[in-house]
Design a protein. Structure first.
Length: 140
């Protein structure tokens, strides 16, 4: 009887371990699919083409950038606003790619975007080097 209990327990543990290994391996082979995250990028700092270059960077990473352009008024600080999730889950994903620190939630279900990025005067401090280096040496 003891032998049968041990083999049942062993099989159960083997199934749990296999499921864990499979889920970990799946995440490595199939990273987060960003194309379903809709992002809007607004330039609030007045630096020419910065919203365009940031949008291009996000598109290369797989995000669906639906619009980029100028903000209505100048911004001192760069901010990322989650428009659909009060717990900021969409902005946290974009943040992981851009590396920005300031995120907020302002739920607006009428908007058809997940995240709004407004670039401020502090863009040099918050944007990834890949975007900034492209600006400095003219890489497109």
């Amino acid at each position: 009887m003891k032998k049968k209990e041990h083999s049942t327990l062993s099989i159960f543990l083997l199934i749990i371990l296999s499921a864990f290994i499979f889920s970990f391996g799946y995440k490595i082979v199939h990273p987060m699919d960003y194309h379903r995250i809709k992002v809007e990028v607004l330039n609030g700092c007045g630096v020419q083409n910065l919203a365009n270059e940031t949008a291009r960077f996000l598109r290369k990473k797989g995000f669906d950038v639906t619009f980029y352009g100028n903000a209505a008024e100048p911004q001192k600080k760069t901010v990322m606003v989650d428009k659909l999730s009060p717990d900021k889950k969409w902005a946290k994903i974009v943040k992981s790619v851009l590396g920005m620190s300031r995120i907020s939630a302002q739920v607006d279900s009428a908007r058809c975007i997940n995240v709004l990025v407004i670039l401020g005067m502090d863009y040099n401090e918050v944007l990834p080097k890949e975007i900034l280096n492209g600006r400095l040496i003219g890489i497109k």
